[in-house]
Design a binder for this molecule. Sequence first.
Ligand code: F6R
Length: 611
Amino acid sequence: MCGIVAYIGSQAAYPIILKGLKRLEYRGYDSAGIALYGKNITNFKKKGRVAELESWTDEITLTASVGIGHTRWATHGEPSDVNAHPHKSNSGKITLVHNGIIENYASLKQELIQKGYTFESATDTEVLVNFIEEIQQSNNYSLEEAMRIALKRVVGAYVIIVMEEGFPNRLIAARKGSPLVIGVGDGEHFLASDASPIIEYTKKVIYVNDYELAIISEDEIILKNLGNEPITPYIQQLDMELAQIEKGGYDHFMLKEIFDQPASLTDCLRGRLDSENMTLTLAGVEQHLSVFAQAKRIVIVACGTSWHAGLVAEYMIETLCRIPVEVEYASEFRYRNPVIGPGDIIIAISQSGETADTLVAIERAKEQGAFIFGVVNAVGSSIARISHAGAYTHAGPEIGVASTKAFTAQLTVLAMMAMKIGKAKGTLASAEYDRLIAELALIPEKVKTSLATHEKIKEVAKHYADARDFLFLGRGYNFPVALEGALKLKEISYIHAEGYPAAEMKHGPIALVDENLPVLFIATKDAYYEKIVSNIQEIKARKGMVIAVISEGDTLIRDMADHVMVVPEVDELLAPLISVLPTQLLSYYIGVLRGLDVDKPRNLAKSVTVE
Ligand code: F6R
């Protein structure tokens, strides 16, 4: 979490950093700050959104051409002016922004207090900046040397960008566990947590790796490791357009991203699915087909919405490939000493590619000999880079904090993987494979048809915007969709919602049912249809309100439910790609009706780079 931006060059740094921070606000938005190097370093920071910084107008905001900025998601210390970044060292010589957590900050702070250091804030970051200063001053080291030594003693995750009084043409950055991209311009350089603040200035970027230090002036980038050995920077070309990170006429990014799905799924299938020749091309899987075919088991690790995609993949892979699959919360998996070894495949699913728990989970599994396959959206991200192989979801940048188009793209990639592996193993018959290819090719069009019902879903939303609780139920492939629907509603509307397998309802949640509880069934036509009809009856018999996502032409549930949201019929293996859409729209409209900021729900951040 937290977004950082820096600029060094000959343009005014302030507007570039301010705009960059707005682009990164999805990473955290409880306070923000900018430090600019004019005659000396001036720091301006405030509790609240990045827009709070717009009131800063003095000479330095017009003239300074070097600066660093930060938008915060609080970990240590509540959101406040004083806890906002940048933080200065006691002498005022070093100023720093930080994304991550310094886990041993308490012991370092004690050490520093004994040496006479004082602290204004409750942050781990203020400890880090003073720790660097202490090493620098007591050994008479350069800032670079002091940072190298300090960072070797720091436990935790960080990206830091540091400015020093007396060195107006230099920024020093370092990373471990949190993302950092350098934009390479002509006589100017940009640094940021992701490429979105950089894209309109340059498409040449360097992704900094863990344990690397970057010393940057307007016309030079020096990369070194923490052992002070030089590293040749690898400059890549960004595959992203500015329009992809703007709202494009929609009220919110979330709505734009929901409506992006016909296009994002087309992008995801492009060059992979060929329904004329009945082929699927997935280079990452093809190059390691024997690894997949011989796998003893597959463990999927992910968090949140990506974990829900993993649950769908469990059904897909077990059905088509007959390989046992386990789906793990990355945060649990990483700490419980799991039994992992050669012959195991770990599939890490992540939109951002930077989620700290997922990243560490796969690092551990990799050390234990597992083969790591990344299903990642953000190109060049840490999870993509650490994986042995992978398949990008190509959904384009997702800015709305609640994940929508990334989820459906994950499902699409996972379905293609299951089909490809199943075909290679012989567990998926050719005729069935061809049928699924044909079905998959129709998905973008069916998504479009489904989204065209948005006005009807808006009407449904009006009936439930004041609900206190919600229950989401589904079976089989639609069970993870129930979980995802509940998560989306919680995030966006702050309505308490729970997702359950529909049959499991009788083992507890049914006690909640009364005339005030909306129960949303994901009830499209599949092998479980009759069972779900019985579950709906059970709710109606107890006077619960029933909303149902149903397949076109289904009159039985239409007549039983209070409200329905209709989707085109799809093969059950691919059903989640379509049945999730009404739940995304319903959450969005309820959030808007409740007057909430659906793109930036309270307490959340898009990229969870702390554990
Ligand atoms: C929910 C949501 C989160 C993320 C989770 C994992 O709408 O966005 O639950 O799915 O934080 O993030 P990634 O996929 O970036 O690893």
